[in-house]
Design a protein around this ligand. Structure first.
Ligand code: AMP
Length: 182
């Protein structure tokens, strides 16, 4: 399933228009897609959570993974609506208990993501949620961690997809839902 086009429009809410572009952040040449201008607006936040959730109702999702840190904003309410648990995938050294890690490359720099070993059980159906899909490295790393723990990645859902970076190619084994494309 792929969602494109006018998914982000309900009534007069234009999700794409509510995302602020910040040039040269966090470094020269990057145009940062700032979702704080969207989530501070109640109806827009509700629309985003509803849209991220709707394709997965009845899909038997056990866990919703949020990728640190902006992914948490969206993943927890989606988990709530699905009646699923929330699992944080975090930057290194943040999780207190036994964790597994995955290293990967970013649009700017490299990173490591970790998840608690007991956060996902074999056979669990898992939805991965983040704010922005850029190169797809973070989502691919999160998917790798889910699979390493015996889970199944049922889908990946993001608010923004930067299509010119072709991040879809790095997660082509999985269903991707994006609400807004740039
Ligand atoms: P990637 O692993 O390259 O798909 O990058 C995804 C992560 O980096 C997401 O968690 C985003 O929050 C962040 N990110 C990367 N590029 C941008 C961008 N241009 N604007 C906003 N966030 C970005």
């Amino acid at each position: 399933m792929e969602t494109q086009g006018n998914e982000g429009v309900r009534g007069d809410i234009d999700l794409a228009g509510m995302i602020r572009e910040v040039p040269d952040f966090p470094q020269p040449g990057i145009v940062f897609k700032d979702i704080t201008t969207l989530v501070k607006h109640g109806p827009a936040l509700r629309l985003v959570i509803d849209r991220l959730t709707e394709g997965y109702r009845g899909a038997g999702i056990d866990r919703v993974v949020g990728i640190e840190s902006r992914g948490f904003i969206f993943a927890a309410p989606v988990a709530y609506h699905l009646g699923a648990g929330f699992v944080p995938v975090r930057k290194p050294g943040k999780l207190p208990a036994l964790a597994i890690k995955r290293e990967y490359d970013l649009e700017y720099g490299s990173n490591v993501l970790e998840v608690h070993r007991d956060a996902i059980e074999p056979g669990h159906r898992v939805l991965i949620v983040d704010d922005v899909l850029a190169t797809g490295g973070s989502a691919a790393a999160a998917a790798h961690l889910v699979v390493a723990l015996g889970g199944t990645v049922t889908g990946i859902a993001v608010v923004v997809e930067l299509t010119f970076l072709q991040g879809r190619g790095r997660i082509k084994d999985y269903e991707l839902v994006s609400l807004v494309q740039f």
